[in-house]
Design a protein around this ligand. Structure first.
Ligand code: COA
Length: 210
């Protein structure tokens, strides 16, 4: 019979046969994942602004999604947009990506047409990250400032989110301007965790009154 080590512990679902330090780390990771999931689930499914509706992406968005997202000018500013952007990418976005427990993307709808995406990505143990793109015909009308502000306001209203982060390429002045208009603070430059490209880091803390 094998001797039982002092740190043996096989009485839980997490950590069967694991030592206390490993089990504690696994529990902390599970708790952080759950907290991130709860943040995501606390966000509303629909947000309305002065001009826009933000709602879950649907299959009916796919034609406009593909037409607008298949644009190299947009893809080269984003870490995760396929280029060229095909119908299969559009369907995968609606059916798979949008269903992920660590993502809350909103379709941006203007006059009942899909025009872009804004959303938050949730990382266990870290602040959620704001991301967005808008179809090029709709740029420079203040629409993303309006959409992104609504998402940040909704996130802070959940009371589960204290800080939102964002990243933009140093050359992406329009995106940096959107973030500054929303009150984000510019931080250090550093490599994007998604692809290693240098990005400018931004953060917005929940406003405090009184
Ligand atoms: C970034 C993006 C979402 C901005 O959307 P938008 O609806 O045009 O943004 P807004 O009109 O709300 O605000 C843009 C601001 O940037 C300014 N701006 C636009 N182009 C600019 C440029 N080339 N240089 C400097 N400022 C610029 C606008 O004047 C405006 O500021 P203002 O209101 O003070 O005049 C849109 O350009 C886009 O989808 N780009 C490609 C994807 C992308 O970059 N996503 C973000 C990745 S971090």
């Amino acid at each position: 019979m094998m001797a039982r080590r002092a740190d043996d512990d096989d009485d839980g679902i997490i950590g069967i046969g694991l030592g206390p330090a490993v089990r504690q780390r696994a529990l902390a990771e599970a708790a952080a994942k759950l907290a991130a999931r709860r943040q995501r689930d606390a966000l509303p499914h629909r947000i309305t602004t002065h001009r826009l509706t933000l709602r879950a992406p649907i299959r009916g968005d796919v034609p406009d999604l593909v037409r607008l997202a298949d644009n190299r000018v947009i893809a080269e500013r984003l870490a995760r947009l396929p280029s060229p952007y095909t119908r299969a990418d559009g369907v995968a976005f609606v059916e798979i990506f949008a269903q992920r427990p660590d993502e809350r993307p909103y379709a941006i709808v203007l006059d009942e047409r899909f025009i872009g995406v804004v959303g938050l990505s949730f990382h266990p143990g870290a602040a959620p990250e704001l991301g967005y793109w808008l179809g090029e015909p709709y740029w420079r009308r203040g629409l993303m400032s309006e959409a992104a502000k609504a998402v940040c306001d909704a996130a802070f209203a959940t009371r589960r989110i204290e800080r939102i982060i964002a990243r933009a390429l140093p050359t992406n002045l329009a995106s940096q301007r959107v973030l500054e208009k929303l009150g984000f603070t510019r931080g250090e430059r550093g490599p994007s965790p998604a692809n290693g490209r240098e990005v400018v880091n931004f953060a917005l803390d929940k406003p405090r009154w009184g």
